[in-house]
Design a protein around this ligand. Structure first.
Ligand code: ZN
Length: 503
C-alpha cells in the first residue's frame, strides 16, 4: 500500500473498527432478543438474518485489503500511539484467524448455533439428550476444525482455551485443578461430617414480584445505574454488553429459591460493573469490553462471593433487605442463620446453584469431558455416562437424568468449548486481587458491613476495569498481582469454611 499515509491508514483502521463494532452490536441485539423477548417460534427467520449479518461481518473483517492495512501499520508501529498499536495487534490477530476460516464454514457454524440453541432448550425441557446429540457432534467437529484455524501449532484443546484465556493451556490447568482438589476434597469430607446449618427457610415461597424488587435494591447497592444497565428474565442468567453505556444483565426467578436470583443478579452485576467501568476511549474499537473470560469471571465472582457471600455483607446488607420484603418468611431467622444457610456446603447436581466450595468440582467435570471430546477419546453418545460417572467420583452425587446432568448448561449449545475453565480461573484470581486491594485500602470489612462499595469498585476500576482489552489477560493480572498463585484461593476457601464449619 505505497500510496497510504500513516494518517489515512489510521483513519481506515478506525472506520473498520467502528463498522465492526456496529455489526457486533446488531448481532448482539438479535441474540439478546432471542433469549428475552422473542416468541418461541420466531427462530427460523432470525437464523436467516443472523446468517446474513454474520456473513457481512465476516466479509468486512476478512477483506484482503485489511491484511495490507495491518502490514502497513505494523511496519509503521513506532509512529502510532500505544492504543492504536494495540488495536492493530488485536485486529491483525483476528484477521489472520478469520482468514483461515472459509466463509461457508463460518456462516454454517453461526447458523448451526442459532438452531442448536432452540434444540437444546427443548431437549433440556424434555430431558432428551438424543435430540441434542447430533448438534453437539457437529459443534465438537467445528470446534476441533476451528482450533486448527485459530492456532495450527497448538494442540486443539489448547487453541480453544486460548480463545477465552490467552496464554492458558492444559498443562497449567491440570496442575491448577490438581492443587484445588488437594484442598477441596479433604476439606469437603471434614465439612460433611460436621453439623449442618438449617437452610430450609431459603426454600419458602417468596413471590417473584418481591424478588424483582430485591433485584432493583441490590443493583442500587452495587451502583448499577439503570440508565445504562438493563435487567431481563431468561432461562439462564447472563450479561451482554454493547459499549460502556449499554450493558444488559438477566436473571431467572424461582419462587421457592430466593437466593438463586439474588446471587445471579450480584454475579451478572459484577460483569456489568466491569463493562461499565471501561474507559470511553475504547468504545467502537477492537479493545472495547473486558479482556478475557477468566478476568471477567474474576470480577463477577468477586462480587458474588468475596463481597456477596461475605459475613459482613450478608448480615448487614442483604439480610435486612430480604427481611423487609419478605417479613413473614424470615420472621424467626437471625442474620447469622441466614449467613450460614447462604454458605451451606452441599455437593449437588447443578453448577449454577453450587456453593462456593464445591463449585470448581463442577468445572472439573466439564473440563475432563471437553478435553476428551476434542481429542476424540470420548464420543458424544457417551457424554451422559461419563458425566454421571464423574459427578459420582468428584461430588459423590447420583445424576437422575440428563436435564439435571449434561444438558444443564447453555455453553456447548452456544458453540463454546474451552470456556468452562475460565470460571475456575476467575474464582481463583479473585482472592489474589483481594490481597492486593487490601494492601492499598486496608481491611475492606467495614465497607462490606456498611454496604458502601465505592472504594472497592474504585480500586477495581482503576486497576482492572478502565483498561478494557488494552492489556492481555496475563499481562493485566501480573501488573496488578505479580505471578498467579492458586494458594491465595485455597487459603481463602480453607479460612472461610473452617470458620463456618469447623471452629
Ligand atoms: Zn459469569
Amino acid at each position: 500500500m505505497p500510496d497510504l499515509s500513516v494518517a489515512s491508514a489510521v483513519e481506515a483502521l478506525k472506520k473498520l473498527e467502528a463498522t465492526s463494532a456496529a455489526y457486533d452490536h446488531v448481532l448482539g441485539v438479535l441474540s439478546l432478543d432471542a433469549s428475552t423477548a422473542a416468541p418461541k417460534g420466531s427462530y427460523p427467520g432470525r437464523s436467516l438474518t443472523t446468517g446474513v449479518m454474520s456473513g457481512l461481518h465476516y466479509q468486512l473483517i476478512s477483506d484482503e485489503r485489511n491484511g495490507q492495512l495491518y502490514e502497513y501499520l505494523s511496519a509503521h508501529a513506532d509512529e502510532l500511539d500505544e492504543q492504536t498499536r494495540r488495536e492493530v495487534e488485536v485486529g491483525k490477530k483476528n484477521y489472520d484467524k478469520m482468514h483461515r476460516i472459509p466463509m461457508e464454514e463460518y456462516v454454517a457454524f453461526r447458523t448451526l448455533l442459532s438452531e442448536a440453541q432452540a434444540v437444546w432448550e427443548k431437549a433440556k425441557l424434555e430431558n432428551d439428550f438424543a435430540a441434542f446429540a447430533p448438534y453437539l457432534e457437529k459443534i465438537v467437529d467445528y470446534n476441533r476444525k476451528f482450533a486448527g484455524y485459530y492456532n495450527p501449532h497448538m494442540a486443539p484443546y489448547d487453541a480453544l482455551l486460548n480463545e477465552y484465556e490467552e496464554g492458558m493451556n492444559t498443562a497449567t490447568l491440570d496442575a491448577f485443578f490438581a492443587q484445588l482438589r488437594e484442598t477441596i476434597v479433604p476439606l469437603l469430607a471434614k465439612i460433611q461430617s460436621a453439623p449442618q446449618p438449617d437452610d430450609s427457610f431459603l426454600r419458602v415461597l417468596c413471590p417473584v414480584e418481591g424478588q424483582r424488587l430485591l433485584s432493583g435494591q441490590i443493583m442500587e447497592v452495587m451502583g448499577l445505574d439503570r440508565n445504562y444497565c438493563g435487567i431481563a428474565e431468561t432461562e439462564h442468567p447472563f450479561t451482554t454488553n454493547f459499549n460502556n453505556h449499554d450493558v444488559r444483565i438477566t436473571t431467572h426467578y424461582y419462587p421457592e429459591a430466593v437466593a438463586s436470583s439474588l446471587f445471579s443478579v450480584i454475579h451478572e452485576g459484577g460483569h456489568a460493573i466491569y463493562e461499565l467501568g471501561c474507559d470511553d476511549r475504547y468504545n467502537g474499537t477492537f479493545l472495547y469490553g473486558g479482556v478475557s473470560m477468566g478476568i471477567h469471571e474474576s470480577q463477577s465472582r468477586f462480587f458474588e462471593n468475596i463481597v456477596g457471600r461475605s459475613r459482613e455483607f450478608v448480615e448487614n446488607v442483604i439480610f435486612p433487605r430480604v427481611k423487609a420484603i419478605f417479613p413473614a418468611q424470615f420472621a424467626s431467622v437471625s442474620p447469622l442463620d441466614f449467613y450460614r444457610a447462604i454458605n451451606r456446603v452441599q455437593p449437588s447436581l447443578i453448577r449454577t446453584e453450587a456453593d462456593e466450595l464445591t463449585y470448581c468440582l463442577h468445572i472439573m467435570v466439564r473440563y475432563e469431558i471437553e478435553k476428551q471430546l476434542i481429542d476424540g477419546s470420548l464420543a458424544v453418545a457417551d457424554v451422559p455416562g461419563k458425566w454421571n460417572a464423574l459427578y459420582r467420583e468428584y461430588l459423590g452425587v447420583d445424576v437422575p437424568d440428563d436435564a439435571h446432568g449434561c444438558l444443564q448448561d447453555v455453553h456447548w449449545a452456544g458453540g463454546s468449548i474451552g470456556y468452562f475453565p475460565s470460571y475456575a480461573l476467575g474464582s481463583a484470581y479473585g482472592p489474589q486481587f483481594l490481597h492486593e486491594m487490601e494492601k492499598d485500602l486496608g481491611d475492606i470489612a467495614p465497607d462490606l458491613r456498611a454496604g458502601d462499595l465505592t472504594r472497592i469498585k474504585g480500586w477495581l476500576r482503576e486497576n482492572i476495569h478502565r483498561h478494557a482489552s488494552f492489556y492481555k489477560p496475563g499481562q493485566l493480572f501480573e501488573r496488578v498481582c505479580g505471578k498467579f498463585d492458586a494458594r491465595y484461593y485455597t487459603d481463602y476457601l480453607t479460612k472461610k469454611y473452617t470458620a463456618l464449619y469447623l471452629e
